[in-house]
Design a protein around this ligand. Structure first.
Ligand SMILES: N[C@@H](CCC(=O)N[C@@H](CS)C(=O)NCC(=O)O)C(=O)O
Length: 206
């Protein structure tokens, strides 16, 4: 299995963490879609990472499709943890939380790209709109995190992995946000996630 992605993307990290947690072997092909020499669009017409080439040679893209695929793999070692429950209604609720975390990542990427522009070219309304999405998303996730051990109850799920990846990415790319100050439950949860070997082994380079 070959995973194509950058070392900084929160969407790619979600899949790397998942594969490490399940102890599934994979080759990471480092490729940033922002570099002129990128080959990402050979794997994903949308030119985004992550993409995955399966052992059978099929190419898949979008982190959530990859997550579904990895959950379906019957080569997973015995007792490999499940991050999406077999129960479809329970899985739908977890996917909803994953989409919230990913939506924060989408808005965070929009902010990151905008604040890279010269200050007099930045669109304040656009930035405020994206910040609103991030702050409302964080508030919704904080209320979930304060109600149980993990975001969706007493078992770690894909929602927790997605959450950890996006909030740790915000620390680096939108560091002015200081999300920990107002979100103690999320802060605790991310500290727990950060201590896991899967997160330790995927820390983005400085
Ligand atoms: N919904 C996609 C989002 C992927 C995404 O936006 N990846 C970013 C990297 S952080 C990217 O490749 N951006 C390049 C572009 O938008 O052209 C997923 O979950 O895989």
């Amino acid at each position: 299995m070959k995973l194509i992605g950058s070392l900084t993307s929160p969407y790619v990290r979600k899949i790397r963490v998942m594969l490490l947690e399940k102890n599934l072997p994979f080759d990471l092909v480092i490729d940033s879609p922002w570099e002129p020499s990128t080959h990402v669009s050979d794997f994903n017409p949308l030119g985004k990472v992550p993409a995955l080439v399966t052992d059978e040679g099929e190419t898949l893209f979008d982190s959530n499709i990859l997550a579904e695929y990895i959950e379906l793999l019957d080569v997973a070692p015995p007792h490999a943890p499940k991050f999406l429950p077999a129960d479809r209604a329970a899985a739908l609720r977890i996917r909803q939380l994953v989409m919230l975390a990913d939506g924060i990542a989408d808005a965070g990427v929009a902010v990151f790209l905008e604040i890279k522009r010269p200050v007099d070219h930045q669109d304040a309304n656009w930035l405020a709109r994206q910040h609103g999405k991030i702050l409302r998303g964080l508030a919704a996730l904080e209320s979930r995190a304060s109600a149980s051990t993990w975001l969706a109850g007493e078992e770690m799920s894909l929602a927790d992995i997605a959450l950890g990846c996006v909030l740790l990415w915000l620390d680096i790319r939108v560091s002015t946000l200081k999300w920990r100050d107002d979100h103690p439950a999320l802060s605790r949860l991310v500290a727990t996630l950060s201590a896991r070997p899967s997160f330790q082994n995927t820390i983005p380079p400085a």
